[in-house]
Design a protein around this ligand. Sequence first.
Ligand code: ADP
Ligand code: ASP
Ligand code: MG
Length: 404
Amino acid sequence: MLVVQKYGGTSVGSIERIKAVARRVVETKRAGHDVVVVVSAMAGETDKLISMAQEISEEPPEREMDLLLSSGERVSAALLAMAINELGYRAMSFTGRQVGIITDTSHTKAKIERVTAERVKDALKEGVIPVVAGFQGISETSDVTTLGRGGSDLTAVAVAAALGADLCEIYTDVEGVFTADPNIVPEAKKLERITYEEMLEMASLGAKVLQTRSVEFAMKYNVPLVVRSSFTDRPGTLVIKEDRDMEKVMVSGVAHDKNQTKITILSVPDRPGIAAKLFRRIADANIVVDMIVQNISSDGRSTDISFTVPKADRDKAVRITEEVASELDAKGVSVDDNIAKVSIVGVGMKTHSGVAAKMFETLAREGINIMMISTSEIKVSCVIDVKYTELAVRVLHEAFGLDR
Ligand code: ADP
Ligand code: ASP
Ligand code: MG
């Protein structure tokens, strides 16, 4: 069997942890499997690099950010390769470039275009364990790129797809995918299995246990995915295609996301082309907008448009919105950083009614005001005041019987 194992930041967070990972990798090899390892930067390293850059510049050039950030993963890859060698097995570390992870040029959130994996294949042929630095690639113009926060998950899935691996194991600091973040809801239950669709919603709604794009990629290329702990030997959560049984459960999980900002452009004319103009400019800046709400004002001639963007893009988005506001003669722009999005997810929603109503009632009972709502076939999301996040997650978890 060919297995790709990805170890997250906490799993390689210290020299002791790196040695423990080396032992786990060697065990897999001893069991007769071929193994390719993908690593994240040691816990906290990426944040440290970002804050160093911010001490120098408010908006550092993204090309430079990428070279900087890619260094964290190189450190852990090299150290892990040394630790495996120390155990008497041959290992070699590789950067994204060496693995042939070719991306587009959108720095700090580059998209993978193809993976050649030549060096990895060669290493495997010679019985060497390849250790790949996650989170990074190389553009056609030979610039180092990174794949967005949590991007080592994507590296692992993409390498697994390129190699046709039998399994991609994501090792992290929790025992799998839970019904809610186990660090917030102690009653959360580990899911034995979850569908790609549900996992995709959970991830994009803030459950950072898997990076959203890694799930998208796994779904597209049918990469069998397991999320499990590097601290125990328990089996973890299998991410798989939907089967009939899974629709019996109405709600599979609750997710939350504190990483968004709400921007409102006030009192713009109510005529065709306004939203088009605003969101074209935002999209051209490579910013992904999440929720959008438009209200007609009482006079019927102007409207407010509110939308949310990731905190990382906040300043850029506000600047663009202010420019558009002045071009459109809008009354102004208001920004709310103190919001959170709570969501319920489940493929069973397709066949059950009253799920959204129950969610709203549950929040209302706690006196939590809902600022924005969005729904899809398998999720309902509400934007609320950030100070109620934990409370909202806990009461929703209970209301939908997820702790039973
Ligand atoms: P790694 O460094 O291994 O990539 P992350 O910090 O990116 O780990 O992801 C693991 C974290 O995801 C957990 O510690 C947990 O707090 C969080 N998390 C959020 N939602 C969930 C969920 N539904 N199930 C499991 N973990 C979750
Ligand atoms: N080190 C990167 C991050 O912190 C990528 C990853 O850990 O997956 O976002
Ligand atoms: Mg992660």
